[in-house]
Design a protein around this ligand. Structure first.
Ligand SMILES: N=c1c2ncn([C@@H]3O[C@H](COP(=O)(O)OP(=O)(O)OP(=O)(O)O)[C@@H](O)[C@H]3O)c2ncn1[C@@H]1O[C@H](COP(=O)(O)O)[C@@H](O)[C@H]1O
Length: 106
């Protein structure tokens, strides 16, 4: 089963040990501009899919977007742990705001 961290690791493995003919290798070979174009396209497809009554479409497009985001993070040298740390810090911040109604209402 593939979770997001597992997917990140697989993409990182492709970066460190390129596998000829793989789609991930194709993206890394094309470079940052191509990866950014894909992230943009897939983001738009998530938006469009959200307006579609077929929820499977949204699931499919979200998986595409998450994959391309993982490729972008690896390309830019951002580790998965850095994202986890950022999310964990926000979790701490959010739980503090629960005790402060003046912030919660912002
Ligand atoms: N999760 C994905 C994943 N999601 C989407 N895609 C690819 O992303 C592409 C998106 O489709 P599009 O029609 O938008 O793009 P395209 O026309 O094929 O390609 P472009 O010319 O636009 O670049 C498809 O070719 C999909 O195969 C993915 N390719 C790989 N993975 C994962 O990455 C792993 C390694 O893949 P490879 O590097 O290909 O071995 C796989 O085992 C998967 O777990």
């Amino acid at each position: 089963m593939q979770d997001l961290e597992g997917l990140y690791k697989l993409v990182l493995e492709r970066k460190n040990n390129p596998k000829k003919g793989s789609y991930t290798d194709y993206l890394f070979t094309k470079g940052l501009d191509k990866i950014l174009k894909k992230v943009g396209e897939e983001s738009t497809e998530v938006v469009v899919a959200s307006k579609n009554p077929d929820r499977n479409e949204l699931i499919y497009e979200t998986a595409d977007l998450l994959y391309h985001l993982m490729v972008l993070l690896v390309e830019q040298g951002v580790s998965y742990d850095e994202i986890k740390k950022e999310l964990a810090e926000r979790e701490g911040l959010m739980s503090k705001t629960k005790d402060r109604p003046e912030i919660k209402d912002l």
